[in-house]
Design a protein. Structure first.
Length: 117
């Protein structure tokens, strides 16, 4: 797998976050659904930018993935919807997968020092 593949996986994970409230039955919950929509759309945007533009700073999108994923993982407890089992597990599992994809993409991109020369 290369970094572009990791970005495509993040596109799929972002799309999943956008549609998952309806499929998992928590679309009418307010905060939990809102987190899924907002983080999903942000992940989609960052991943599509990484895929379809000539990025001068290839690390920024991957760090954005990590920040969004960590917020997603923490959101059930921070925003008080940990009692919604489907929303809780969706946030935690998708967050972990996004962190894994970001780490993989960063590994494939190489060290920032390599590109400074």
């Amino acid at each position: 797998m290369n970094r572009r593949t990791a970005d495509w996986v993040v596109v799929l994970l972002g799309a999943w976050l956008v549609i998952s409230p309806w499929l998992l039955g928590y679309a009418g919950t307010g905060t939990a659904a809102g987190v899924s929509y907002v983080v999903g759309i942000a992940l989609l945007a960052f991943a599509l930018v990484a895929l379809f533009t000539s990025i001068r700073f290839p690390y920024q999108e991957r760090f954005n993935y990590i920040v969004l994923a960590l917020l997603l993982i923490a959101s059930p407890w921070l925003l008080g919807f940990a009692w919604l089992t489907a929303a809780l597990w969706n946030a935690v599992v998708i967050g972990i997968l996004v962190v894994a994809m970001a780490a993989w993409a960063l590994k494939e991109t190489g060290s920032p020092d390599m590109h400074a020369r």
